[in-house]
Design a protein around this ligand. Sequence first.
Ligand code: SIN
Length: 301
Amino acid sequence: MTQLAVQLNRLHLANPILVASGTFGYAREMAAYVDFSRLGGIIPKTITAQPRRGNPPPRTVETASGLLNSIGLDNDGIDYFIETHIPYLTSLRTAVIANIAGRNVDEFVRMAEQLNNVEGISGLELNISCPNVSGGVDFGTNPEMAADVVSSVRGACDFPVIAKLTPNVTSIVTIAQAAADAGADAVSLVNTFLGMAIDWRRRRPILGNKLGGLSGPAIKPLALRCVYQVAQSVDVPIIGVGGIGTIDDVMEFLVAGASAVQIGTANFYNPSVSERLVDELSGTLSEMKVHSVDEIVNAIH
Ligand code: SIN
């Protein structure tokens, strides 16, 4: 029997397959497609201190093997999340990792304190990497700011803290090191790559916000490179995310150094893929006669 459970510092997951924030709604939307109790965990859409309307439409464009989005953190705010979504999410018999974004350290800390009083949340993912809002990536592109927000949130709550990092930096290793030194239990690598789409006939950007974040299979080699580089030089558990949709993708991220993975854009074109990948991971590791996920994490030569 292969042991699928993984431990990322203080975060325990029944298996390493998570679903990524922003691609799974608040889970209700996916109930017809996925047995949530089979997943390692669910990361709902980012919440903010106040409700946000998000960016002007169009907010998504399909590209070659990818998806550009400029949602702009559209959400109903933390109070609504706690009242309306938390009771459902925490009834699902899987880990729930809340994803929060603040405009400053104080907002991150106040949200962490508020969630700390809520039963049933397994961890906090800090979205310091959204490319679609003003200031959204500031914390994720500056090592001192990344360290400040991670250590402040860590001091304000009892949750395992995960920093979700942007790839839109010169050295993701430097940012990951800062987050690790500040006490992050894990880093999620990576959020979307800044891009754009143009309607050349109308001579206009297609997205209402002009620029957006690229996700999906198109970014997989780039995300894999980020995971590999960080795993080679920073001692922090990594959650790989970026274009993962098949069992080979999962295995590549684990071997490159990720202890767990998030399934993101693939949920849009195959809503039940996350559950299938749990089965396939178990089968693949058994065939390899690998007894635990840990045995293949960072097993690259
Ligand atoms: C968005 O809401 O704009 C996407 C979320 C993100 O990229 O972090």
